[in-house]
Design a protein around this ligand. Structure first.
Ligand code: SF4
Length: 348
């Protein structure tokens, strides 16, 4: 790519960019938080969460010292909770080593926990005007189409090839932040996935190979992922009076440290549930079926059958397990995997 093309993108971006709360703030912390939230999450879902997050945790020291349960609540609905935990870990490193500020070079940013090549590039270019690329899925799509690259973009070699095509632009005297953001914005609003591109309003249509050949429905080519593993679970919404039994998940692995309704593996009948609870010293007074639910993680699907079970007061409970009323439960971080049930009981 050359300077002339880069300037077309910058000009288009300045004319067409969407108003987003983290844009043009000049605040590296705002760029960082928004970039982490936007990973694997749509802009519409992020907008409101971002506003709330920045109101509660307006700077790096407040994020570093935030109570982990509060942090999980602020992240609720965005999924991929390890992102929030890494965000806080990184904020703590920044307080200890960088005086509570983000460093201004790509290399230092990349050395921080939870900041990969894309995020380091996005922060360095948007907040500190550094000449480095920020290549995400949107940028890959636009560039693969413009250059007619038909190789698999899941392959690291293809990604490197596309990245190298971009590099000459960063030796030119241009606005690097606007250029990177313009490429991403083009991918998000004009050069859409699955052939749904609006070439007629694209600033690159005169030089784009995929537009010329009408090959945009097969570019970019992405090989298929392995199918997700399906895990069948029977979820138990156990109640004693107006209190619900929940337990905290282990501090490592999937949904680490978050709270959940207990569950049994596989789909279980009412009798099997009653017997399993009896073994744990819980006597069932009443049981009824709840709606089914499916939650999709990156490599895994939970297919959930569920029961509401009324029990006698269970007495002493195991560690990391507790009985809470609705008001207390709303203070705990129950992940969106259980949204069907948290909505059902008005626990959000
Ligand atoms: S001309 Fe069409 S295919 Fe090419 S980058 Fe623009 S929108 Fe995408």
């Amino acid at each position: 790519m050359n300077k002339q093309t880069a300037e077309k993108i910058i000009h288009w971006y300045e004319e067409n960019k969407r108003e987003l709360p983290w844009r043009d703030t000049g605040d590296p912390y705002a760029v960082w938080v928004s970039e982490i939230m936007l990973q694997q999450t749509r802009i519409e879902a992020v907008r409101e969460k971002y506003m709330m997050f920045m109101k509660e945790l307006p700077d790096i020291p407040s994020l570093a010292s935030c109570d982990p349960d509060k942090l999980m609540r602020l992240w609720e609905g965005l999924g991929y909770y390890s992102r929030a935990r890494n965000l806080q870990k990184c904020a703590q490193v920044l307080v200890q080593k960088y005086d509570g500020k983000l460093p201004d070079t790509y290399e230092e940013l990349l050395s921080l926990p939870g900041i990969g090549a894309y995020t380091a590039g996005a922060i360095a270019s948007a907040a500190f005007s550094r000449p480095v690329p920020a290549v995400d899925g949107n940028v890959l799509r636009v560039l693969a189409r413009v250059h007619g690259i038909e190789e698999d973009i899941r392959d690291e070699k293809t990604v490197n090839r596309i990245r190298e095509l971009l590099l000459p632009v960063y030796t030119e005297d241009i606005e690097y932040g606007s250029f990177n953001q313009g490429l991403m914005e083009l991918g998000e609003t004009v050069c859409l996935p699955r052939g749904a591109c609006h070439c007629d309003i694209c600033p690159l249509h005169t030089e784009c190979i995929a537009c010329h050949d009408r090959s945009y429905d097969r570019i970019p080519y992405r090989s298929k992922l392995k199918p997700r593993r399906i895990e069948e679970r029977t979820l138990l919404v156990i109640q004693a009076g107006n209190r619900f039994l929940v337990r905290q998940r282990p501090h490592t692995g999937l949904l680490a440290g978050l709270w959940e309704f207990p569950s049994l593996s596989g789909f279980r009948s009412e009798n099997e549930v009653i017997q399993a609870l009896e073994k744990d010293g819980m006597h069932t007074l009443k049981i009824r079926t709840l709606p089914e639910a499916v939650h999709i993680f990156t490599h895994l699907e939970w297919h959930m059958h569920a029961y509401e079970v009324q029990i006698r007061d269970p007495g002493t409970l195991p560690a990391h397990t507790g009985m809470y009323n609705k008001r207390q439960l709303r203070e705990l971080a129950l992940p969106s995997a259980f949204r069907v049930y948290t909505d059902y009981y008005d626990l959000r």
